[in-house]
Design a protein around this ligand. Structure first.
Ligand code: AMP
Length: 213
Protein backbone atom coordinates (compact mmCIF):
# COMPACT_ATOMS: atom_id res chain seq x y z
CA UNK A 1 0.00 0.00 0.00
CA UNK A 2 2.78 2.45 -0.87
CA UNK A 3 1.42 5.86 -1.72
CA UNK A 4 3.23 7.68 -4.51
CA UNK A 5 5.05 10.83 -3.38
CA UNK A 6 4.58 10.10 0.30
CA UNK A 7 7.32 9.00 2.69
CA UNK A 8 6.60 7.01 5.82
CA UNK A 9 9.45 6.61 8.23
CA UNK A 10 10.23 5.42 11.72
CA UNK A 11 13.17 6.54 13.84
CA UNK A 12 14.64 4.36 16.56
CA UNK A 13 17.38 5.07 19.05
CA UNK A 14 18.13 4.56 22.72
CA UNK A 15 17.46 7.33 25.23
CA UNK A 16 20.40 9.71 24.90
CA UNK A 17 21.22 8.60 21.34
CA UNK A 18 20.38 12.02 19.90
CA UNK A 19 17.07 10.79 18.48
CA UNK A 20 15.24 14.00 19.47
CA UNK A 21 17.74 16.21 17.67
CA UNK A 22 17.89 14.03 14.57
CA UNK A 23 14.08 13.76 14.44
CA UNK A 24 13.62 17.52 14.46
CA UNK A 25 16.30 17.98 11.84
CA UNK A 26 14.62 15.39 9.60
CA UNK A 27 11.21 16.97 10.09
CA UNK A 28 12.58 20.41 9.32
CA UNK A 29 14.82 19.49 6.40
CA UNK A 30 12.32 17.26 4.61
CA UNK A 31 9.02 18.79 5.70
CA UNK A 32 7.79 15.61 7.40
CA UNK A 33 5.25 15.55 10.19
CA UNK A 34 6.96 14.31 13.33
CA UNK A 35 4.74 12.18 15.53
CA UNK A 36 6.14 11.15 18.90
CA UNK A 37 4.16 8.54 20.84
CA UNK A 38 5.54 9.81 24.17
CA UNK A 39 4.51 13.40 23.34
CA UNK A 40 1.07 12.21 22.21
CA UNK A 41 0.57 10.33 25.47
CA UNK A 42 1.81 13.27 27.55
CA UNK A 43 -0.56 15.59 25.66
CA UNK A 44 -3.42 13.23 26.57
CA UNK A 45 -2.40 13.32 30.22
CA UNK A 46 -2.13 17.10 30.15
CA UNK A 47 -5.57 17.43 28.53
CA UNK A 48 -6.95 14.92 31.05
CA UNK A 49 -8.57 12.79 28.36
CA UNK A 50 -10.03 9.42 29.47
CA UNK A 51 -7.12 7.68 27.81
CA UNK A 52 -4.59 10.01 29.42
CA UNK A 53 -6.03 9.44 32.89
CA UNK A 54 -6.14 5.70 32.35
CA UNK A 55 -2.55 5.51 31.11
CA UNK A 56 -0.96 7.97 33.52
CA UNK A 57 0.13 5.49 36.18
CA UNK A 58 1.57 3.17 33.53
CA UNK A 59 3.63 6.01 32.09
CA UNK A 60 4.65 7.35 35.50
CA UNK A 61 6.07 3.94 36.33
CA UNK A 62 7.95 3.82 33.03
CA UNK A 63 5.97 0.80 31.85
CA UNK A 64 4.82 0.38 28.28
CA UNK A 65 1.16 1.10 27.74
CA UNK A 66 -0.81 -1.80 26.22
CA UNK A 67 -0.18 -2.45 22.52
CA UNK A 68 -3.80 -2.09 21.48
CA UNK A 69 -4.19 1.26 23.25
CA UNK A 70 -1.07 2.89 21.81
CA UNK A 71 -1.63 1.36 18.36
CA UNK A 72 -5.17 2.72 18.18
CA UNK A 73 -3.98 6.15 19.31
CA UNK A 74 -1.11 6.40 16.84
CA UNK A 75 -2.97 4.89 13.89
CA UNK A 76 -5.82 7.36 14.43
CA UNK A 77 -3.35 10.27 14.43
CA UNK A 78 -1.72 8.95 11.26
CA UNK A 79 -5.07 8.63 9.51
CA UNK A 80 -5.79 12.24 10.42
CA UNK A 81 -2.56 13.29 8.74
CA UNK A 82 -4.15 12.27 5.49
CA UNK A 83 -1.58 11.80 2.80
CA UNK A 84 1.32 13.73 4.21
CA UNK A 85 4.76 12.28 4.81
CA UNK A 86 5.59 11.44 8.39
CA UNK A 87 8.24 10.29 10.81
CA UNK A 88 7.20 8.16 13.77
CA UNK A 89 9.21 8.44 16.94
CA UNK A 90 8.73 6.06 19.91
CA UNK A 91 6.33 3.84 18.00
CA UNK A 92 6.40 0.95 17.27
CA UNK A 93 8.11 -0.34 20.41
CA UNK A 94 6.97 -3.96 20.05
CA UNK A 95 6.46 -6.37 17.16
CA UNK A 96 2.69 -6.33 17.81
CA UNK A 97 2.74 -2.55 17.31
CA UNK A 98 4.83 -2.91 14.14
CA UNK A 99 2.27 -5.38 12.80
CA UNK A 100 -0.58 -3.02 13.66
CA UNK A 101 1.21 -0.27 11.71
CA UNK A 102 1.75 -2.64 8.78
CA UNK A 103 -1.96 -3.39 8.69
CA UNK A 104 -2.46 0.26 7.80
CA UNK A 105 0.48 0.98 5.51
CA UNK A 106 3.99 -0.03 4.53
CA UNK A 107 6.91 1.71 6.20
CA UNK A 108 9.47 3.01 3.69
CA UNK A 109 12.48 3.26 6.00
CA UNK A 110 13.41 2.72 9.61
CA UNK A 111 16.28 4.96 10.70
CA UNK A 112 18.14 3.24 13.53
CA UNK A 113 20.58 5.40 15.47
CA UNK A 114 23.26 3.14 16.82
CA UNK A 115 25.31 4.99 19.41
CA UNK A 116 27.59 2.88 21.64
CA UNK A 117 26.12 2.48 25.11
CA UNK A 118 29.40 3.63 26.63
CA UNK A 119 29.07 6.97 24.79
CA UNK A 120 25.47 7.38 25.92
CA UNK A 121 26.38 6.54 29.50
CA UNK A 122 29.10 9.19 29.49
CA UNK A 123 26.78 11.67 27.81
CA UNK A 124 23.84 11.16 30.15
CA UNK A 125 25.66 10.83 33.43
CA UNK A 126 27.41 14.13 32.81
CA UNK A 127 24.27 15.86 31.57
CA UNK A 128 23.32 18.92 33.54
CA UNK A 129 19.83 20.25 33.37
CA UNK A 130 18.21 23.55 34.21
CA UNK A 131 15.25 22.35 36.29
CA UNK A 132 12.53 24.91 35.46
CA UNK A 133 12.98 24.54 31.71
CA UNK A 134 14.45 21.08 31.39
CA UNK A 135 17.07 22.59 29.09
CA UNK A 136 20.76 21.84 29.22
CA UNK A 137 23.11 24.59 30.29
CA UNK A 138 21.10 27.71 31.03
CA UNK A 139 23.10 30.87 30.66
CA UNK A 140 19.97 33.02 30.46
CA UNK A 141 18.75 32.95 34.04
CA UNK A 142 21.95 31.95 35.73
CA UNK A 143 19.95 29.52 37.87
CA UNK A 144 21.79 26.54 39.26
CA UNK A 145 22.04 23.47 37.07
CA UNK A 146 21.41 20.02 38.49
CA UNK A 147 21.86 16.43 37.44
CA UNK A 148 18.57 14.63 36.77
CA UNK A 149 17.81 11.85 39.24
CA UNK A 150 17.15 9.44 36.41
CA UNK A 151 20.58 10.12 34.91
CA UNK A 152 22.54 8.30 37.60
CA UNK A 153 24.89 5.67 36.10
CA UNK A 154 22.81 2.74 37.46
CA UNK A 155 19.54 4.14 36.12
CA UNK A 156 21.06 4.93 32.74
CA UNK A 157 22.48 1.42 32.42
CA UNK A 158 19.11 -0.11 33.33
CA UNK A 159 17.25 2.10 30.85
CA UNK A 160 19.67 1.18 28.07
CA UNK A 161 19.35 -2.53 28.81
CA UNK A 162 15.54 -2.24 28.87
CA UNK A 163 15.63 -0.39 25.58
CA UNK A 164 17.83 -3.02 23.97
CA UNK A 165 15.69 -5.90 25.19
CA UNK A 166 12.47 -4.27 24.06
CA UNK A 167 13.55 -3.01 20.67
CA UNK A 168 15.75 -5.85 19.41
CA UNK A 169 12.75 -7.83 18.08
CA UNK A 170 11.39 -4.71 16.37
CA UNK A 171 14.74 -4.04 14.69
CA UNK A 172 14.84 -7.69 13.55
CA UNK A 173 11.30 -7.38 12.23
CA UNK A 174 12.23 -4.40 10.05
CA UNK A 175 15.58 -5.89 9.06
CA UNK A 176 13.80 -8.92 7.70
CA UNK A 177 11.54 -6.62 5.67
CA UNK A 178 14.62 -4.91 4.22
CA UNK A 179 13.73 -1.40 5.41
CA UNK A 180 16.13 -1.04 8.35
CA UNK A 181 18.90 1.52 7.90
CA UNK A 182 21.41 1.71 10.75
CA UNK A 183 23.61 4.76 11.35
CA UNK A 184 26.46 4.18 13.75
CA UNK A 185 28.50 6.88 15.45
CA UNK A 186 29.34 8.69 18.63
CA UNK A 187 28.34 12.25 17.66
CA UNK A 188 25.00 13.49 16.37
CA UNK A 189 26.65 16.06 14.11
CA UNK A 190 28.67 13.34 12.43
CA UNK A 191 25.75 10.93 12.07
CA UNK A 192 23.39 13.59 10.72
CA UNK A 193 24.99 14.15 7.26
CA UNK A 194 24.67 10.41 6.57
CA UNK A 195 21.01 10.40 7.59
CA UNK A 196 20.43 13.48 5.46
CA UNK A 197 22.15 11.95 2.43
CA UNK A 198 20.17 8.72 2.80
CA UNK A 199 16.81 10.49 3.10
CA UNK A 200 17.61 12.85 0.23
CA UNK A 201 17.61 9.79 -2.01
CA UNK A 202 14.49 8.32 -0.43
CA UNK A 203 12.17 11.25 -0.09
CA UNK A 204 10.31 12.45 -3.15
CA UNK A 205 11.72 15.65 -4.68
CA UNK A 206 8.94 18.00 -3.66
CA UNK A 207 9.53 17.31 0.03
CA UNK A 208 13.24 17.61 -0.12
CA UNK A 209 16.16 19.79 0.76
CA UNK A 210 14.81 22.63 2.81
CA UNK A 211 18.01 22.47 4.71
CA UNK A 212 21.47 21.25 4.09
CA UNK A 213 23.33 18.67 6.10
P1 AMP B 1 8.97 8.29 25.53
O1 AMP B 1 8.85 9.77 25.64
O2 AMP B 1 9.01 7.79 24.11
O3 AMP B 1 10.09 7.71 26.35
O4 AMP B 1 7.63 7.67 26.15
C1 AMP B 1 7.24 7.95 27.47
C2 AMP B 1 6.38 6.83 27.99
O5 AMP B 1 5.20 6.69 27.20
C3 AMP B 1 7.02 5.44 27.95
O6 AMP B 1 7.82 5.21 29.09
C4 AMP B 1 5.80 4.54 27.92
O7 AMP B 1 5.21 4.46 29.20
C5 AMP B 1 4.85 5.31 27.03
N1 AMP B 1 5.02 4.96 25.60
C6 AMP B 1 5.48 5.77 24.60
N2 AMP B 1 5.48 5.13 23.43
C7 AMP B 1 5.02 3.89 23.66
C8 AMP B 1 4.81 2.74 22.85
N3 AMP B 1 5.07 2.75 21.54
N4 AMP B 1 4.33 1.63 23.45
C9 AMP B 1 4.04 1.59 24.75
N5 AMP B 1 4.23 2.63 25.58
C10 AMP B 1 4.72 3.77 25.05
Amino acid sequence: MALKGVFRGVIMGAPGSGKGTVSSRIAQSFGLQHLSSGDTLRANIEAKTDLGLLMKSCIDQGQLVPDDVISRLILTSLRNMNQSSWLLDGFPRTVAQAEALDSMCDVDSVINLDVPFQTIRERLTSRWVHLPSGRGLDDVTGEPLVQRDDDSPETVTRRLKDYERQTQPVLEYYRSKGVLETFTGTETNKIWPHVHAFLSKKIPGNQQARGKA
